[in-house]
Ligand binder design. Structure first.
Ligand SMILES: *[C@@H]1O[C@H](CO)[C@@H](O)[C@H](O)[C@H]1NC(C)=O
Ligand SMILES: *[C@@H]1O[C@H](CO)[C@@H](O)[C@H](O)[C@H]1NC(C)=O
Ligand SMILES: *[C@@H]1O[C@H](CO)[C@@H](O)[C@H](O)[C@H]1NC(C)=O
Length: 499
């Protein structure tokens, strides 16, 4: 295949070189023990959750700057469902009981918006199943089954039984002709777990059939599938290959479903190893400064661009490396982890930009515009989209690395990220997405008054678990869905280091 190297042409404003750490604060925080750090993270979670309870309870999100509310996920109270298991993990009983009262009262057939099947599956169903696994309760299971029957299964009422992107919850009709790999390719964990709990195999069968149908399609790069597909023909609509938003959880779930099913299936594990081999061979790129990032492909053009969303991958590959005892995957995972963390530590605020590009070591850097050369010299990457949406992916990988290696430097990295979130994203009623990570003064960060429900499921949960007793939600006993909701493994596996 002819391979052309290309680099994205847009680039963000350059950031000045400035010391990333403050000696005084760095030394002070090193004195905190892991349990003390966990307590501080719990305090931060509670501050945000109480802000939500006071100003937006029952709605999907709090507007953390203004004290308003928002309903971007059907108005069923997404933040509550995403927070349920974290409330149990952090032992917050009064908040949990208030949350349960809301959960019991949700009517799934009422919403003024279409249900986005994927989001409903990972946030609402994922939250219910995980809370049920942590503390069994008939109401939670009843709501999980009702939601699935009324809103998720109707997405499969299509001529080929592949799930539609949307469902009209009042008519139970599937809607949308285009489908997205990360969405239709990651139903298995929730559906398999629901089948395991209820004994009704039809949920798992529907989800597993999707992966079998994907396996019938032969992509240009082995195991790596384009992002957008046509529902009716069940074929890709273009040749754009990325592991970032739009495809990410498809790859994540192949390995995790194999584990949840106790190694009972082989197809998905094979699809995962084929994909990871291809990522290493085709997407991996190294800078002359030695940083490794994962690029993308459009047709046969390699694009040297990546982003924070991809940073779940180092943890996922390390999990596979340990499971399969594969040293090449172990090395690949570590390189990617270093590249991901670098995107945070090289920016003076300590927060990663949403996306970045770079110049590969095999390219002649002097052929690029001066400001790109300067960014490469200073940062070993070129920031593109400068916002930070309170994303958890790098923290997620740091959690896997810490639990599987026991190396406390991963805890220190997570703590630095937490300190930056505190400094730049904390606002009056919680935490807010910011518009520009390259500023030094938090007042210039462009807080845009939105607090995604996933911070309660993912960002604060991974942070808390990194500093908690390693037996709390052990990776030997639980597998996390892509919204960080842990599901109980029917058959424990050995992934964590013995502490
Ligand atoms: C470092 O942190 C300390 C304690 O928060 C603060 O007093 C000091 O001004 C900071 N120094 C710089 C250079 O930011
Ligand atoms: C439960 O729902 C009913 C009808 O939608 C409503 O009137 C009632 O206030 C709700 N109760 C709680 C505790 O939210
Ligand atoms: C769902 O279908 C009903 C009946 O056709 C329609 O009135 C309603 O607007 C639809 N809902 C959405 C969100 O499109």
């Amino acid at each position: 295949m002819q391979v052309l190297l290309a680099i994205a042409l847009a680039f963000g404003t350059l950031v000045s070189a400035a010391p990333a750490t403050n000696e005084t604060t760095a030394q002070a925080s090193e004195q905190l023990t892991a349990p003390q750090r966990a307590e501080k993270i719990k305090d931060a979670f509670l501050f945000a959750y109480h802000g939500y309870e006071e100003h937006a309870f029952g709605h999907d999100e709090a507007l953390s700057l203004s004290g308003g509310k928002s309903d971007s996920r059907n108005g069923w109270g997404a933040t509550i469902f995403d927070a349920l298991d974290t409330l149990l993990i952090m032992d917050l009983e009064p908040e949990y009981n208030r949350a349960l009262n809301h959960v019991a009262n949700v009517t799934w057939t009422v919403s003024k918006d279409l249900s986005k099947t994927f989001e409903t599956n990972i946030r609402y169903l994922g939250g219910l199943l995980s809370a049920y696994d942590l503390k069994p309760n008939r109401m939670l299971l009843q709501q999980a089954v009702t939601l699935t029957e009324q809103v998720i299964m109707p997405s499969f009422y299509t001529h080929n039984q592949m799930p539609s992107q949307y469902v009209n919850v009042t008519t139970a009709e599937p809607s949308g002709k285009q489908i997205v790999l990360a969405e239709f390719g990651s139903f298995q964990l929730e559906m398999v777990r629901l089948s395991q709990i209820t004994g009704d195999q039809s949920y798992a069968e529907h989800a597993l059939r999707i992966i079998e149908k994907i396996a019938e399609v032969t992509p240009r790069l082995p195991g790596l599938y384009p992002m957008l597909w046509d529902l009716d023909t069940f074929r890709p609509q273009h040749e754009y290959v990325t592991i970032s938003g739009g495809t990410d959880s498809y790859y994540e779930y192949l390995l995790k479903t194999h584990m949840l099913m106790g190694g009972q299936e082989q197809l998905q594990l094979d699809m995962w190893t084929t994909a990871v081999n291809s990522m290493n061979k085709h997407l991996r790129s190294k800078t002359s400064g030695g940083k490794v990032y994962l690029g993308e492909y459009n047709g046969n053009i390699k694009l040297l661009q990546s982003g924070e969303l991809i940073c779940f991958l180092p943890g996922n590959i390390l999990m596979g490396a340990r499971y399969l005892k594969n040293n090449d995957y172990e090395t690949f995972a570590s390189e990617l982890m270093d590249g991901c963390y670098h995107a945070w530590e090289t920016i003076p605020s300590g927060l990663a930009p949403e996306s970045w590009s770079w110049v590969d070591e095999k390219q002649d850097v002097t052929k690029f515009p001066e400001n790109m050369q300067l960014a490469m010299q200073t940062h070993d990457l070129i920031p593109q989209d400068l916002y930070y949406d309170l994303r958890p992916e790098t923290l997620e990988s740091l959690f896997y690395f810490y639990r599987m290696t026991g190396d406390t430097t991963y805890q220190d990295k997570a703590w630095k990220i937490f300190e930056s979130i505190e400094k730049y994203c904390k606002v009056k009623y919680g935490y807010s997405r910011i518009g520009d990570v390259t500023v030094l003064d938090p007042k210039d960060a462009h807080h845009d008054d939105f607090e995604e429900s996933y911070i309660f499921a993912e960002t604060f949960k991974y942070l808390y678990l990194i500093f908690s007793d390693t037996n709390l939600i052990s990776l030997d006993e639980y597998v996390f869905n892509t919204e960080a909701h842990p599901f109980k493994l029917p058959h424990p596996i050995k992934l964590q280091k013995t502490f």
